[in-house]
Design a protein around this ligand. Structure first.
Ligand code: UDP
Length: 491
């Protein structure tokens, strides 16, 4: 008799930055025998996801209804993509209205399987309420964080304590996470800085964060050896197993499928990089959705030119312009910049979207000037590429802090879109990392050490299992054990 596959229900928050790591995790679990995946989201997100699935995937996509206009959102707004930042809180608040439909969906899944419930529900850290649904049906529940341990620990601690509200100083410590070191007001997002405990963001976090310890454990897209301080914070705070299973990243094939409109082909990129010497090119990108201010863009371009380095720069219209509109190099970059760079064959300006993993894996790349979103961090370190950090929001400020102060693979150059960055300072940081200074060499050496650490973590060969493989085994075993105990209890 064919063995029944154990079903894992996955439910990310409605944002590309959350859906993509969940998809990567779903595809990873699907590779193991005996598990099937049901991926849940609102109709628009499911429709967008359908073409991203590899043709041989058996992942089942299920929709639950969502009416955005019931929650102060424009009609048909089911994703943070394209949503102005000030409306994001409405999507977060509105997501808890999905509880009755999600409950119904789980109940239907159980009926379909003649009373056999799914093995586990893996939900987003913003959807803490799903733990109540899971436990109502006696189902194992895990949260999955696409962010790293250290970054999320700072984020969790700030929202739980609002420490900046309890001091007149611009600098402060996190009361339950002093190991993080001192933080500065410029390392807070605008919503954190403005929070007072009664604003909508504080109210949302006040409802969501206390749900986490009720979950049966937390999965992290990170590596144990890289992220111990942050993971320890959660081990102590949540008191449940913490499973660092990363890096969980989409393979190049699946990325293309999930892809945005590329501004350049991977082949052209590789050909261009092939003409450049080892460790001679700076890669610049601010992630999938950010851009910088017009003033900052001028400073950055001036710095890149003055540094004399080769570069690939993913450009988008600056703040205040439609991010998806045409990039006007004549308007937003110094006069003649584009032409001079072309004449000298020094740089590629890539519009909107570049094949990032391919670029980072090329031996010509020397450093990555990055907003330090966690996926970019993992992709860069997986290739041993040191970083120049310019965080934009979310937990990125703390990622930069971890990379610079604790791991030594990054140097910070600016913070956010209001920062008065000067081209001279950017040149200094570029030279520090790329000019073979003692500090630069040390950063590259450490980045290469981290690359090996990551390779070991995901190794599964000749009887050796790396820490991330073991963590994934432990997570699945914990879910199976709970199922077994329930069955024995019922007998
Ligand atoms: N990315 C890419 N090409 C680009 C910009 C981004 O492939 O031009 C990918 C990048 O490789 C990473 C993801 O988009 O996997 C960005 O995720 P991250 O966590 O770094 O930042 P976010 O976009 O969520 O702010």
């Amino acid at each position: 008799m064919e063995q029944r596959r154990e079903n894992i229900v996955m439910f990310p928050f409605m944002a590309q930055g959350h859906i993509i790591p969940f998809l990567a995790l779903a595809l990873k679990i699907e590779q193991r025998e005996n598990y099937s995946i049901t991926f849940v989201n609102t109709p628009q997100n499911i429709n967008k996801l359908r073409p991203s699935l590899p043709p041989n995937s058996s992942i089942r996509l299920l929709e639950i209804p969502f009416c955005s206009s019931d929650h102060g959102l424009p009609p048909d707004s089911e994703n943070t993509d394209g949503l102005p930042y000030h409306l994001m809180i409405h999507l977060l608040e509105g997501s808890s209205s999905l509880k009755p439909s999600f409950t119904k969906l789980i109940s239907t899944l159980i009926d379909e399987q003649n009373g056999h419930p799914p093995l586990c529900i893996v939900a987003d850290i913003f959807l803490g309420w799903t733990v109540d649904v899971a436990h109502q049906f006696g189902i194992f529940h895990a949260l999955f964080s696409g962010a790293g341990g250290f970054g999320l620990a700072c984020y969790h601690s700030i929202w739980s304590n609002l420490p900046h509200r309890k001091t007149d100083s611009d600098e402060f410590l996190l009361p339950d996470f002093p190991e993080a070191g001192s933080l500065h007001l410029t390392q807070l997002t605008s919503t954190m800085a403005a929070a007072n405990g009664t604003d909508p963001w504080s109210v949302f976090q006040g409802g969501n964060l206390p749900k986490w310890p009720s979950s049966d454990g937390l999965l992290f897209n990170t590596v144990e050896e890289l992220d111990q301080i942050g993971l320890l914070y959660f081990r102590q705070k949540i008191g449940k197993p913490i499973w660092p299973i990363g890096p969980i990243l989409l393979s190049i094939d699946n990325r293309d499928r999930a892809g945005k409109e590329a501004g350049i082909t991977p082949e052209f990129c590789t050909q261009w990089l092939n003409t450049k010497p080892l460790n001679s090119v700076l890669y610049i990108s601010f992630g999938s959705q950010n851009t910088i201010s017009a003033k900052q863009m001028m400073q950055l371009a001036t710095a890149v030119e003055a540094s004399g380095k080769n570069f690939i720069w993913v450009v988008r219209p600056p703040l205040g312009f439609d991010i998806n509109s045409e990039f006007k190099a004549d308007e937003w970059l110094p006069e003649g910049f584009k032409q001079r760079m072309e004449d000298q064959n020094r740089g590629l300006l890539v519009h909107r979207w570049a094949p990032q993993v391919k670029i980072l894996s090329h031996h010509a790349i020397s450093a990555f000037l990055s907003h330090c979103g966690w996926n970019s961090v993992l992709e860069s370190l997986s290739q041993g590429v040191p970083m120049i950090g310019w965080a934009m929001g979310a937990e990125q400020f703390y990622n930069v802090k971890l990379l610079e102060e604790k791991i030594g693979v990054c140097v910070e150059v600016a913070r956010g879109v209001s920062f008065e960055v000067r081209h001279g300072d950017i040149v200094e940081k570029i030279e520090l990392v790329m000019n073979g200074t003692e500090k630069g060499k040390e950063m590259r050496r450490k980045a290469c050490e981290v690359r090996e650490m990551i390779r070991d973590a995901v190794k599964d060969e000749d009887g050796f299992k790396g820490s991330s493989v073991t963590a994934m085994d432990e997570f699945l075993n914990a879910a199976l054990l709970m199922r077994k105990k329930k069955q024995m209890g019922a007998e």
